[in-house]
Design a protein around this ligand. Structure first.
Ligand SMILES: Cc1cc2nc3c(=O)[nH]c(=O)nc-3n(C[C@H](O)[C@H](O)[C@H](O)COP(=O)(O)OP(=O)(O)OC[C@H]3O[C@@H](n4cnc5c(N)ncnc54)[C@H](O)[C@@H]3O)c2cc1C
Length: 431
């Protein structure tokens, strides 16, 4: 039996980064034909698509240095242009910080709610915020919850915000104070709020350029593509694929946790029970090519909280980076609501109608193609069981010398930078 010090499952960013920072005697096993995972870029008729939006936000100095070293002078910085479309009009993102422009009755309800929530907070006490609905009402008030937070997030996850905890919110939900909310309602907000006010992106080649550059630093002989493990024994420390069995010292897996447990012949009953507690949304979206140059009023992405649209977000990557669509054309990624079972034909019809409504197209033929894509793992649903089930699985595996990392390996809501950091930390802990 062949022996390897470290077997790495998956050649997405977390697997690639583990290999980069660990070096030495490792082997990467990847089911697809090339590296990149979620950051692979798809080419349809010269339009380049990511798995929906994939914009790079860097906070960690080590990862900033890595990206600068991997792609010197090849990244562009883009200032976000994002909006909400509701009640037949656009307002700026984030909704809670830019109420200006809403119909007066909606604006009044949102503002009154925000003020009474602020008064309630000032009156003291720290109520237990059991779920995302409580959190939203507490911080933004009932109007903002009713007109944006609740309907938008219900479409995104396919479950009510009352079922979801607020553990993921800190970084991803901008939190203006009441002064900023009032300024935003008066159209006086000046700053771009939130973690993604600007972002980086490769000037050419789509976001896969980053994964390719990472892979370019590694030894291709240590990668096996188009291969999935058949079985893993985490007790005896071997992995089987095809006719081969390889013994390992350490296993680093970026497979989705439920898939790791399913492959593990030694997974104990409590692990099999815990994994049944893990829930996530399905990622269903459409890659669209358009015969117009600048869709969506030039926005990079827009949010659609209203239930009458079968999609919750539409982005145009080519509005942000021109090289992603042929000259004179543009692309959209359309993320389909999880709380409705909209058939493909209905989504395309609704999309064409919506694009006419906002003046992006004049006739259906300007939609060149609509290619549907589905991934079983989308957004982790942080319900009341999630944290405990995840922790019990991760600590069980850590005790078996298995590090389960990355977006679905660690069963979390993370970014590309987090995935690279996961690999870095895994490599450090193996040392
Ligand atoms: C809809 C969406 C939008 C996002 N937008 C952004 C964004 O704008 N900015 C940002 O920074 N991040 C974004 N992210 C997050 C980012 O994509 C991830 O954090 C990162 O790519 C995860 O990398 P990973 O290595 O953990 O996982 P993955 O990329 O999923 O890698 C796992 C790898 O394992 C392989 N694999 C799976 N099962 C098997 C098996 N049985 N055998 C062998 N190989 C297997 C897969 O093929 C894949 O290559 C987004 C994610 C999603 C889902």
């Amino acid at each position: 039996m062949q022996r390897v010090d470290v077997v790495i499952l998956g050649a997405g960013l977390s697997g690639l980064s583990t290999a980069l920072y660990r070096g030495g005697d490792y082997l990467v096993i990847e089911r697809e034909g090339r590296p990149g995972g979620l950051t692979r870029t798809e080419d349809i008729e010269g339009f380049l698509f990511n798995h929906t939006g994939h914009w790079l936000h860097l906070r960690d100095d080590r990862i900033k240095a890595l990206v600068a070293d991997l792609l010197p002078g090849q990244m562009v910085t883009v200032e976000r242009r994002a909006a909400i479309y509701t009640s037949g009009r656009f307002t700026r993102f984030p909704f809670q910080g830019n109420l200006h422009g809403l119909p007066s009755d909606v604006l009044r309800e949102c503002l009154q709610g925000a003020v009474s929530a602020a008064v309630g907070r000032a009156a003291g006490g720290s109520p237990k915020l059991k779920n995302f609905l409580d959190y939203t009402n507490h911080h933004f008030g009932e109007g903002i919850a009713r007109h944006f937070m609740v309907p938008y997030n219900t479409k995104l996850w396919g479950v009510s915000p009352a079922e979801v905890t607020a553990e993921w919110t800190q970084r991803f939900v901008p939190m203006p104070d009441i002064t900023q909310i009032v300024d935003g309602a008066l159209g006086l907000s000046r700053e771009a709020m939130g973690y993604n006010a600007s972002f980086l992106y490769p000037a050419v080649g789509g976001i896969e350029t980053l994964a390719r550059a990472l892979y370019g630093r590694l030894d291709p002989q240590r990668f096996i593509f188009n291969t999935r493990p058949r079985r893993i024994s985490t007790k005896e420390k071997w992995i089987e694929f095809g006719d081969e069995r390889i013994a390992y010292q350490h296993l680093v897996s970026s497979l989705a946790l439920p898939d790791l447990v399913a492959l593990d012949v030694d997974a104990p009953p409590q692990a099999r029970r815990a994994v049944r507690r893990l829930r996530c949304s399905v990622l269903r979206y459409v890659n669209v090519g358009l015969d117009v140059e600048t869709p969506l009023d030039g926005m990079h992405w827009i949010y659609l909280p209203e239930a009458k649209y079968p999609f919750y977000r539409i982005g145009s990557a080519s509005n942000a980076v021109r090289s992603l669509a042929p000259a004179g054309k543009s692309s959209l990624y359309v993320e389909i609501a999880n709380d409705q079972e909209a058939p493909e034909g209905q989504v395309v019809r609704a999309l064409a109608d919506f694009l006419k409504e906002i003046g992006t197209i004049q006739h259906d033929k300007q939609v060149r193609f609509a290619a549907f894509r589905t991934h079983p793992y989308g957004y982790v649903i942080f319900d009341k069981h999630c944290a405990r089930a995840r922790e019990s699985l991760l600590s069980h595996y850590a005790a078996q010398d298995v590090l389960s990392i990355g977006r679905y390996g660690a069963w979390t809501y993370n970014s590309m930078e987090d995935a690279i950091l996961d690999g870095l930390r895994a490599a450090e802990s193996l040392r």
